[in-house]
Design a protein. Structure first.
Length: 390
């Protein structure tokens, strides 16, 4: 779309927002082709039995837009609202069809028909996307345009008036967020019945294969400070859920006890759970507690200190909560050691055990210990873990 067309659209939107009803009639010929493309993409995800055609979907959206009294901000706002209206039209259709089919006995309790199953999946996706929009409206709009609307990253950037790199980062984050929501909180899609039964519904449309650069990943995290995001060495993004109250209290106690020692000792720098480290294998991890010798910290550039330090801390701690998988935490501890950590503690208040990791040796498991010593790396530090059991 040319810049002159964009300017004309902006002018018409402003007139329409100020109450000029004729502006909408002038606007539609300019935006119809783009709206039709979005509608056609939406309908490609519908079951073959769907009765709506793209033209009908655009016309229905037009009728709803005509009744809106909105102060349009820009063309991105208009296309975002239009795409949202189309999605809601299809969602209402899916709900009505499911109700009709079930009341008429068209599907069985054992094996729902393909069209019913597709509609159930569409509703699940819709509800998850609504939760995403509440968490981050821009990310939600980008996912809607990319997944449902089928727009390319470049087209989304044009519609949303943002850079392609920002659009792509938001798309990646939104996709990870939705996978976690649809898998019941697990970062693995395999835990979700929807993903297992109909993976094609959630297949990424032409998702770019290149990985985020380290700078891109850092920018993504800065743009979404309310989320704690990690990256595996394979490049998979993982959104870490907030801790519960009990886990938060334990972590605060742990950081307080260790911080007092680190301040007195002065031989290194301690970090809390909000600090990410770029490990040698390119994973980015945020231990619950970490510590780094001063000479390694001082050798970093100012940029490295401001972003994710490109190294593995000398000492790392993971504190298990009731929602954490023990096996995944054990794998993470092994990863720290493989990347250069000298000492690692996996503290498990649930089973009252402490797993101690070090290079070249098997993990040692202490059963209900009173204290755990950090010698010889952490000279003079011993943690009274009994304070973490209660």
């Amino acid at each position: 779309m040319s810049s002159s067309s964009t300017d004309t659209i902006e002018v018409l939107l402003d007139r329409w927002g100020q109450g000029d009803s004729t502006a909408l009639d002038e606007l539609m010929p300019l935006v119809y082709e783009e709206l039709y493309r979005v509608a056609a993409s939406y309908l490609r995800r519908e079951p073959p039995s769907h009765i709506l055609e793209p033209t009908a979907l655009v016309n229905e959206a037009y009728m709803q837009l005509a009744t809106k009294h909105t102060k349009w901000q820009n063309r991105a706002h208009f296309f975002g609202i239009s795409a949202n209206i189309m999605r809601r039209i299809l969602i209402n259709y899916a709900r009505e069809s499911l109700t009709l089919n079930r009341s008429s006995g068209a599907s069985t309790a054992v094996e729902p028909q393909t069209s019913d199953q597709s509609m159930v999946e569409l509703l699940a996706m819709h509800e998850a996307l609504e939760r995403l929009e509440k968490a981050d409206l821009r990310v939600g709009r980008i996912v809607e345009l990319r997944y449902f609307g089928g727009l390319t990253i470049k087209e989304i950037a044009q519609v949303m008036a943002i850079s392609p790199s920002t659009a792509e980062r938001c798309w990646r984050l939104g996709r990870v967020w939705l996978r976690r929501e649809l898998s019941g909180g697990s970062p693995s899609a395999e835990a979700s019945a929807i993903f297992v039964q109909s993976p094609s519904v959630f297949a990424e449309p032409s998702f770019p294969t290149e990985e985020l650069t380290d700078d891109d990943f850092f920018a993504l995290c800065q743009e979404n400070r309310d989320l704690q995001i990690e990256r595996t060495k394979e490049g998979e993004l993982i959104i870490m859920p907030p801790t519960g109250g009990e886990a938060g209290i334990r972590n605060a106690k742990l950081i307080s006890r260790f911080g007092e020692w680190a301040e007195r000792d002065g031989s290194g720098q301690s970090f809390d759970s909000s600090t990410g480290f770029l490990l040698p294998d390119r994973a980015v991890r945020s231990p619950d507690l970490s510590w780094l010798l001063n000479h390694r910290w001082n050798a970093l550039s100012e940029k490295d200190k401001e972003q994710f330090p490109p190294l593995c801390p000398d000492f790392v701690v993971e504190l298990r909560s009731k929602t954490d998988s023990l096996k995944k935490l054990q794998d993470k501890m092994e990863e720290y050691i493989a990347n250069g950590a000298q000492l690692g503690w996996l503290i498990d208040p649930i089973e009252r055990k402490v797993h101690i990791y070090g290079p070249g040796v098997a993990a040692e498991v202490l059963d209900n210990p009173e204290t755990v010593s950090g010698e010889p790396l952490l000279k003079g530090f011993a943690l009274d873990v009994r304070t973490l059991w209660d």
